[in-house]
Design a protein around this ligand. Structure first.
Ligand SMILES: Cc1ncc(COP(=O)(O)O)c(C=O)c1O
Length: 393
Protein backbone atom coordinates (compact mmCIF):
# COMPACT_ATOMS: atom_id res chain seq x y z
CA UNK A 1 0.00 0.00 0.00
CA UNK A 2 1.56 3.31 -1.09
CA UNK A 3 2.13 6.36 1.10
CA UNK A 4 1.06 8.89 -1.50
CA UNK A 5 -0.88 10.79 -2.71
CA UNK A 6 -3.08 12.14 0.05
CA UNK A 7 -6.29 13.14 -1.71
CA UNK A 8 -8.16 15.99 0.01
CA UNK A 9 -11.46 14.51 1.18
CA UNK A 10 -12.25 17.44 3.46
CA UNK A 11 -14.69 19.07 0.99
CA UNK A 12 -16.94 15.99 1.35
CA UNK A 13 -17.78 16.87 4.96
CA UNK A 14 -20.04 19.35 6.73
CA UNK A 15 -18.49 21.79 9.18
CA UNK A 16 -14.75 21.11 8.91
CA UNK A 17 -14.21 24.87 8.60
CA UNK A 18 -16.02 25.59 11.88
CA UNK A 19 -14.23 27.88 14.31
CA UNK A 20 -13.76 27.17 17.94
CA UNK A 21 -13.20 29.64 20.83
CA UNK A 22 -9.95 29.29 22.82
CA UNK A 23 -9.18 30.05 26.45
CA UNK A 24 -7.09 33.13 25.63
CA UNK A 25 -10.00 34.78 23.82
CA UNK A 26 -8.80 33.97 20.31
CA UNK A 27 -10.27 31.32 18.03
CA UNK A 28 -9.03 28.72 15.57
CA UNK A 29 -10.29 26.07 13.15
CA UNK A 30 -11.67 23.14 15.11
CA UNK A 31 -9.78 19.85 14.74
CA UNK A 32 -11.89 16.79 15.45
CA UNK A 33 -9.79 13.83 16.55
CA UNK A 34 -12.72 12.06 18.20
CA UNK A 35 -14.02 10.27 15.12
CA UNK A 36 -14.02 6.82 16.71
CA UNK A 37 -16.84 8.10 18.92
CA UNK A 38 -18.85 9.94 16.25
CA UNK A 39 -17.89 11.16 12.81
CA UNK A 40 -18.95 14.47 11.24
CA UNK A 41 -21.74 14.36 8.63
CA UNK A 42 -21.04 13.96 4.95
CA UNK A 43 -22.41 16.66 2.67
CA UNK A 44 -23.98 13.87 0.61
CA UNK A 45 -25.95 12.91 3.73
CA UNK A 46 -27.00 16.48 4.42
CA UNK A 47 -28.22 16.87 0.83
CA UNK A 48 -30.00 13.51 0.77
CA UNK A 49 -31.87 14.40 3.98
CA UNK A 50 -32.77 17.87 2.67
CA UNK A 51 -34.07 16.42 -0.59
CA UNK A 52 -35.98 13.62 1.12
CA UNK A 53 -37.71 15.84 3.67
CA UNK A 54 -39.72 17.44 0.86
CA UNK A 55 -41.38 14.06 0.27
CA UNK A 56 -41.20 12.70 3.82
CA UNK A 57 -44.36 11.13 5.18
CA UNK A 58 -45.66 8.13 7.13
CA UNK A 59 -44.34 4.74 5.99
CA UNK A 60 -45.81 1.27 5.41
CA UNK A 61 -49.59 1.54 5.82
CA UNK A 62 -49.93 5.09 4.45
CA UNK A 63 -51.48 5.02 0.98
CA UNK A 64 -50.83 8.59 -0.23
CA UNK A 65 -48.16 9.46 -2.78
CA UNK A 66 -45.67 10.73 -0.20
CA UNK A 67 -46.25 7.70 2.01
CA UNK A 68 -45.59 5.37 -0.89
CA UNK A 69 -42.48 7.27 -1.83
CA UNK A 70 -41.23 7.33 1.77
CA UNK A 71 -41.89 3.61 2.16
CA UNK A 72 -39.98 2.93 -1.04
CA UNK A 73 -37.04 5.08 0.12
CA UNK A 74 -37.02 3.40 3.56
CA UNK A 75 -37.02 -0.11 2.09
CA UNK A 76 -34.41 0.88 -0.48
CA UNK A 77 -32.21 2.12 2.39
CA UNK A 78 -32.56 -1.33 3.95
CA UNK A 79 -31.48 -2.97 0.69
CA UNK A 80 -28.49 -0.60 0.33
CA UNK A 81 -27.43 -1.35 3.91
CA UNK A 82 -27.63 -5.09 3.35
CA UNK A 83 -25.67 -4.92 0.11
CA UNK A 84 -23.00 -2.81 1.82
CA UNK A 85 -22.22 -5.65 4.25
CA UNK A 86 -22.69 -8.49 1.78
CA UNK A 87 -25.95 -9.70 3.31
CA UNK A 88 -28.54 -11.41 1.12
CA UNK A 89 -32.33 -11.39 1.55
CA UNK A 90 -32.55 -15.20 1.38
CA UNK A 91 -30.41 -15.66 4.49
CA UNK A 92 -30.49 -12.34 6.30
CA UNK A 93 -32.73 -9.62 7.60
CA UNK A 94 -31.81 -6.04 8.41
CA UNK A 95 -33.51 -4.61 11.49
CA UNK A 96 -33.16 -0.86 11.83
CA UNK A 97 -32.82 0.59 15.31
CA UNK A 98 -31.05 3.37 17.15
CA UNK A 99 -27.45 2.13 17.11
CA UNK A 100 -25.11 -0.77 17.84
CA UNK A 101 -25.99 -0.76 21.53
CA UNK A 102 -29.67 -1.27 20.75
CA UNK A 103 -28.85 -3.88 18.10
CA UNK A 104 -26.77 -6.02 20.48
CA UNK A 105 -29.31 -5.68 23.31
CA UNK A 106 -31.97 -6.88 20.90
CA UNK A 107 -29.89 -9.85 19.80
CA UNK A 108 -29.15 -10.76 23.42
CA UNK A 109 -32.87 -10.78 24.18
CA UNK A 110 -33.94 -12.49 20.96
CA UNK A 111 -31.41 -15.34 20.76
CA UNK A 112 -32.70 -18.47 22.44
CA UNK A 113 -30.01 -18.95 25.10
CA UNK A 114 -31.94 -21.27 27.38
CA UNK A 115 -31.07 -24.64 25.85
CA UNK A 116 -27.94 -26.75 26.31
CA UNK A 117 -25.86 -24.05 24.66
CA UNK A 118 -25.86 -21.07 27.01
CA UNK A 119 -22.32 -19.70 26.86
CA UNK A 120 -21.41 -16.56 24.93
CA UNK A 121 -17.69 -16.54 24.16
CA UNK A 122 -16.44 -12.97 24.05
CA UNK A 123 -13.17 -11.12 24.66
CA UNK A 124 -11.61 -8.67 27.07
CA UNK A 125 -11.33 -6.03 24.35
CA UNK A 126 -15.05 -5.33 23.91
CA UNK A 127 -16.89 -2.06 24.17
CA UNK A 128 -19.40 -2.30 27.05
CA UNK A 129 -22.18 -2.44 24.43
CA UNK A 130 -20.92 -5.85 23.34
CA UNK A 131 -20.40 -7.11 26.85
CA UNK A 132 -23.06 -5.95 29.29
CA UNK A 133 -26.07 -7.11 27.20
CA UNK A 134 -24.61 -10.66 27.24
CA UNK A 135 -23.85 -10.55 30.97
CA UNK A 136 -27.47 -9.59 31.53
CA UNK A 137 -28.82 -12.59 29.65
CA UNK A 138 -26.40 -15.49 30.00
CA UNK A 139 -22.96 -16.79 31.00
CA UNK A 140 -20.08 -14.96 29.32
CA UNK A 141 -16.61 -16.46 28.95
CA UNK A 142 -13.83 -14.04 28.04
CA UNK A 143 -10.97 -14.96 25.73
CA UNK A 144 -7.61 -13.68 27.01
CA UNK A 145 -5.61 -10.95 25.36
CA UNK A 146 -1.92 -10.56 24.62
CA UNK A 147 -0.10 -7.96 26.76
CA UNK A 148 -0.40 -5.30 24.02
CA UNK A 149 -4.15 -5.88 23.71
CA UNK A 150 -4.69 -8.29 20.81
CA UNK A 151 -6.98 -11.26 20.98
CA UNK A 152 -4.99 -14.34 22.00
CA UNK A 153 -6.06 -16.82 19.33
CA UNK A 154 -4.53 -19.80 21.15
CA UNK A 155 -6.74 -18.99 24.11
CA UNK A 156 -9.71 -18.54 21.76
CA UNK A 157 -9.09 -22.08 20.47
CA UNK A 158 -8.75 -23.57 23.92
CA UNK A 159 -11.82 -21.80 25.38
CA UNK A 160 -13.83 -22.90 22.37
CA UNK A 161 -12.83 -26.51 22.85
CA UNK A 162 -13.17 -26.29 26.67
CA UNK A 163 -16.78 -25.05 26.47
CA UNK A 164 -17.40 -26.91 23.20
CA UNK A 165 -21.04 -27.97 23.21
CA UNK A 166 -22.07 -25.16 25.56
CA UNK A 167 -21.13 -22.24 23.31
CA UNK A 168 -24.19 -20.72 21.66
CA UNK A 169 -22.50 -17.67 20.23
CA UNK A 170 -19.11 -16.08 19.76
CA UNK A 171 -19.59 -12.31 20.09
CA UNK A 172 -16.62 -10.08 19.46
CA UNK A 173 -15.64 -6.79 17.96
CA UNK A 174 -14.42 -6.48 14.39
CA UNK A 175 -12.10 -3.68 15.44
CA UNK A 176 -11.25 -2.18 18.79
CA UNK A 177 -12.43 1.37 19.49
CA UNK A 178 -9.38 1.78 21.77
CA UNK A 179 -6.34 0.31 19.99
CA UNK A 180 -7.78 -0.08 16.49
CA UNK A 181 -6.73 -3.75 16.46
CA UNK A 182 -8.60 -5.81 13.88
CA UNK A 183 -9.78 -9.31 14.67
CA UNK A 184 -9.46 -12.08 12.03
CA UNK A 185 -13.24 -12.43 11.94
CA UNK A 186 -13.66 -14.92 9.12
CA UNK A 187 -11.00 -17.28 10.47
CA UNK A 188 -12.59 -17.16 13.93
CA UNK A 189 -16.07 -17.58 12.42
CA UNK A 190 -14.96 -20.79 10.77
CA UNK A 191 -13.71 -22.13 14.08
CA UNK A 192 -16.90 -21.07 15.87
CA UNK A 193 -19.09 -22.76 13.28
CA UNK A 194 -17.01 -25.94 13.40
CA UNK A 195 -17.78 -25.98 17.15
CA UNK A 196 -21.50 -25.58 16.43
CA UNK A 197 -21.74 -21.97 17.62
CA UNK A 198 -23.04 -18.90 15.84
CA UNK A 199 -20.82 -15.88 15.25
CA UNK A 200 -21.62 -12.22 15.85
CA UNK A 201 -19.39 -9.24 15.04
CA UNK A 202 -19.78 -5.80 16.56
CA UNK A 203 -19.04 -3.77 13.43
CA UNK A 204 -19.52 -0.32 14.99
CA UNK A 205 -15.86 0.47 14.31
CA UNK A 206 -15.23 -1.85 11.39
CA UNK A 207 -18.02 -0.71 9.06
CA UNK A 208 -16.73 2.84 8.41
CA UNK A 209 -13.20 1.55 7.69
CA UNK A 210 -13.26 -1.84 6.00
CA UNK A 211 -15.33 -3.79 3.49
CA UNK A 212 -17.53 -6.27 5.33
CA UNK A 213 -18.66 -9.54 3.75
CA UNK A 214 -21.26 -11.47 5.75
CA UNK A 215 -21.13 -14.34 3.18
CA UNK A 216 -23.91 -16.88 2.57
CA UNK A 217 -24.86 -19.11 5.51
CA UNK A 218 -23.45 -22.22 3.81
CA UNK A 219 -19.97 -20.66 3.77
CA UNK A 220 -18.16 -21.83 6.95
CA UNK A 221 -16.60 -18.37 7.36
CA UNK A 222 -19.91 -16.49 7.30
CA UNK A 223 -20.99 -13.96 9.91
CA UNK A 224 -24.35 -14.79 11.51
CA UNK A 225 -25.00 -11.33 12.93
CA UNK A 226 -23.44 -7.89 12.75
CA UNK A 227 -24.29 -4.49 14.19
CA UNK A 228 -23.56 -1.02 12.81
CA UNK A 229 -24.07 2.61 13.90
CA UNK A 230 -24.69 5.33 11.33
CA UNK A 231 -23.30 8.12 13.54
CA UNK A 232 -19.90 6.44 13.15
CA UNK A 233 -20.43 6.33 9.37
CA UNK A 234 -20.92 10.06 8.74
CA UNK A 235 -24.72 9.94 9.04
CA UNK A 236 -25.65 11.24 12.51
CA UNK A 237 -29.43 10.90 12.31
CA UNK A 238 -30.02 8.31 15.03
CA UNK A 239 -29.99 5.06 13.09
CA UNK A 240 -28.15 1.78 13.34
CA UNK A 241 -28.84 -1.76 12.24
CA UNK A 242 -28.74 -5.35 13.37
CA UNK A 243 -28.20 -7.51 10.30
CA UNK A 244 -28.37 -11.23 10.75
CA UNK A 245 -29.91 -14.63 10.25
CA UNK A 246 -33.51 -14.29 9.17
CA UNK A 247 -34.41 -17.71 10.62
CA UNK A 248 -33.62 -16.52 14.16
CA UNK A 249 -35.98 -13.56 13.88
CA UNK A 250 -38.75 -15.62 12.27
CA UNK A 251 -39.34 -17.23 15.67
CA UNK A 252 -40.21 -16.04 19.13
CA UNK A 253 -41.81 -12.91 20.49
CA UNK A 254 -40.20 -9.57 19.68
CA UNK A 255 -38.30 -8.04 22.60
CA UNK A 256 -40.30 -4.86 22.19
CA UNK A 257 -43.95 -5.08 21.18
CA UNK A 258 -46.38 -2.56 19.75
CA UNK A 259 -47.51 -1.08 16.47
CA UNK A 260 -45.80 -2.34 13.33
CA UNK A 261 -44.84 -5.73 14.77
CA UNK A 262 -48.08 -7.59 14.07
CA UNK A 263 -50.17 -9.12 11.31
CA UNK A 264 -53.33 -9.54 13.37
CA UNK A 265 -54.32 -8.70 16.93
CA UNK A 266 -57.54 -9.88 18.55
CA UNK A 267 -58.40 -9.47 22.22
CA UNK A 268 -56.97 -12.87 22.97
CA UNK A 269 -54.39 -13.51 20.23
CA UNK A 270 -51.47 -11.90 18.39
CA UNK A 271 -49.88 -13.00 15.12
CA UNK A 272 -46.47 -11.44 14.72
CA UNK A 273 -45.20 -10.06 11.41
CA UNK A 274 -42.33 -11.61 9.50
CA UNK A 275 -38.82 -10.13 9.93
CA UNK A 276 -37.78 -7.38 9.94
CA UNK A 277 -41.12 -5.76 10.89
CA UNK A 278 -41.59 -8.12 13.85
CA UNK A 279 -38.54 -6.49 15.45
CA UNK A 280 -39.13 -2.85 14.52
CA UNK A 281 -41.74 -1.76 17.03
CA UNK A 282 -43.27 1.68 16.61
CA UNK A 283 -42.83 4.28 13.87
CA UNK A 284 -39.37 3.87 12.38
CA UNK A 285 -36.65 6.49 11.96
CA UNK A 286 -37.13 6.91 8.22
CA UNK A 287 -34.84 9.94 7.88
CA UNK A 288 -32.09 8.11 9.76
CA UNK A 289 -32.26 5.19 7.32
CA UNK A 290 -32.15 7.54 4.31
CA UNK A 291 -29.13 9.29 5.85
CA UNK A 292 -27.29 6.02 6.46
CA UNK A 293 -27.96 4.87 2.89
CA UNK A 294 -26.59 8.16 1.53
CA UNK A 295 -23.43 7.74 3.62
CA UNK A 296 -23.02 4.19 2.34
CA UNK A 297 -23.36 5.40 -1.25
CA UNK A 298 -20.64 7.99 -0.63
CA UNK A 299 -18.33 5.45 1.04
CA UNK A 300 -18.83 3.14 -1.92
CA UNK A 301 -18.13 5.96 -4.37
CA UNK A 302 -14.81 6.66 -2.63
CA UNK A 303 -14.22 2.91 -2.30
CA UNK A 304 -13.53 1.05 0.94
CA UNK A 305 -10.02 0.09 -0.19
CA UNK A 306 -9.30 3.78 -0.76
CA UNK A 307 -10.70 4.57 2.72
CA UNK A 308 -8.26 2.00 4.12
CA UNK A 309 -5.34 3.37 2.12
CA UNK A 310 -6.04 6.97 3.06
CA UNK A 311 -6.50 6.12 6.71
CA UNK A 312 -3.27 4.12 6.79
CA UNK A 313 -1.37 7.13 5.43
CA UNK A 314 -2.80 9.38 8.12
CA UNK A 315 -2.19 6.81 10.87
CA UNK A 316 1.39 6.23 9.74
CA UNK A 317 2.05 9.97 9.75
CA UNK A 318 0.47 10.44 13.19
CA UNK A 319 2.43 7.53 14.71
CA UNK A 320 5.70 8.75 13.20
CA UNK A 321 5.20 12.15 14.86
CA UNK A 322 3.77 10.93 18.16
CA UNK A 323 6.52 8.40 18.78
CA UNK A 324 9.14 11.19 18.69
CA UNK A 325 7.55 12.97 21.68
CA UNK A 326 9.49 12.26 24.86
CA UNK A 327 7.40 10.91 27.71
CA UNK A 328 4.46 10.05 25.47
CA UNK A 329 3.37 6.43 25.44
CA UNK A 330 1.25 4.96 22.66
CA UNK A 331 -0.68 1.84 23.72
CA UNK A 332 -1.36 -1.10 21.42
CA UNK A 333 0.72 -1.02 18.25
CA UNK A 334 2.91 2.08 17.94
CA UNK A 335 4.76 0.90 14.83
CA UNK A 336 4.04 3.25 11.88
CA UNK A 337 4.89 0.50 9.38
CA UNK A 338 1.88 -1.51 10.61
CA UNK A 339 -0.56 1.33 9.98
CA UNK A 340 -2.54 -0.52 7.31
CA UNK A 341 -3.20 -3.48 9.63
CA UNK A 342 -5.15 -1.49 12.23
CA UNK A 343 -7.63 1.35 12.45
CA UNK A 344 -6.45 4.92 12.93
CA UNK A 345 -7.59 5.35 16.53
CA UNK A 346 -4.49 5.93 18.72
CA UNK A 347 -4.58 5.57 22.52
CA UNK A 348 -1.83 7.55 24.25
CA UNK A 349 -0.74 8.92 27.59
CA UNK A 350 1.73 11.58 28.68
CA UNK A 351 3.77 10.39 31.63
CA UNK A 352 3.95 13.89 33.10
CA UNK A 353 0.27 14.83 33.10
CA UNK A 354 -3.16 13.51 33.93
CA UNK A 355 -5.08 12.30 30.84
CA UNK A 356 -8.03 14.52 31.65
CA UNK A 357 -5.80 17.59 31.87
CA UNK A 358 -4.08 16.77 28.57
CA UNK A 359 -7.46 16.42 26.85
CA UNK A 360 -8.68 19.68 28.38
CA UNK A 361 -5.55 21.58 27.27
CA UNK A 362 -5.87 20.23 23.73
CA UNK A 363 -9.51 21.34 23.65
CA UNK A 364 -9.39 24.71 25.43
CA UNK A 365 -5.99 25.91 24.24
CA UNK A 366 -5.65 24.33 20.79
CA UNK A 367 -9.18 23.59 19.58
CA UNK A 368 -8.43 19.88 19.22
CA UNK A 369 -11.24 17.52 20.20
CA UNK A 370 -10.01 14.25 21.70
CA UNK A 371 -11.47 11.81 24.23
CA UNK A 372 -10.04 10.86 27.61
CA UNK A 373 -10.98 8.16 30.09
CA UNK A 374 -11.83 4.53 29.55
CA UNK A 375 -13.68 4.67 26.20
CA UNK A 376 -16.56 2.45 27.41
CA UNK A 377 -14.10 -0.44 27.62
CA UNK A 378 -13.01 -0.49 31.28
CA UNK A 379 -11.71 -4.09 31.37
CA UNK A 380 -9.66 -3.45 28.23
CA UNK A 381 -8.13 -0.25 29.61
CA UNK A 382 -7.19 -2.02 32.86
CA UNK A 383 -5.52 -4.69 30.75
CA UNK A 384 -3.60 -2.16 28.62
CA UNK A 385 -2.47 -0.25 31.70
CA UNK A 386 -1.50 -3.49 33.41
CA UNK A 387 -3.73 -2.71 36.41
CA UNK A 388 -5.50 -5.25 38.55
CA UNK A 389 -9.16 -4.85 39.52
CA UNK A 390 -7.99 -3.90 43.02
CA UNK A 391 -5.56 -1.23 41.77
CA UNK A 392 -8.29 0.27 39.61
CA UNK A 393 -10.84 0.71 42.38
C1 LIG B 1 -16.61 -1.11 19.14
C2 LIG B 1 -17.87 -0.40 19.55
N1 LIG B 1 -18.95 -1.11 19.82
C3 LIG B 1 -20.11 -0.54 20.17
C4 LIG B 1 -20.22 0.82 20.30
C5 LIG B 1 -21.52 1.41 20.68
O1 LIG B 1 -22.02 2.14 19.60
P1 LIG B 1 -23.29 3.07 19.78
O2 LIG B 1 -22.93 4.05 20.85
O3 LIG B 1 -23.48 3.69 18.46
O4 LIG B 1 -24.42 2.20 20.18
C6 LIG B 1 -19.11 1.61 20.04
C7 LIG B 1 -19.16 3.07 20.21
O5 LIG B 1 -18.17 3.71 20.46
C8 LIG B 1 -17.91 0.99 19.65
O6 LIG B 1 -16.81 1.71 19.37
Amino acid sequence: MSNQPLIDYRPLFVGLDAHCPLLDGSSCDYTNLDNAASTPALKAVQHAVDDFLVYYSSVHRGTGFKSQLSTHAYEQARQITMEFVGANPADHTCIFGKNTTEAINKLARRLPLDGKRKVVLSTGMEHHSNDLPWRATTQVVYVHLTPDGRLDEDDFDSQLSRYAEQVALVALTGASNVTGFLNPIHRLAEKAHAAGAMFMVDCAQLAPHRKIGMLPLDDPAHLDFISISAHKMYAPFGTGALIGRKDVFEHGDPDMTGGGTVEIVTLDNVVWSEPPERDEAGSPNVVGAIAMAAAIRQLEAVGMSEVTRHEANLTRYALEKLTTIQGLRVYGDADPSNAENRLGVIPLQLESADHFLVAAILGYEFGIGVRSGCFCAHPYILHLLGLSKEEAS
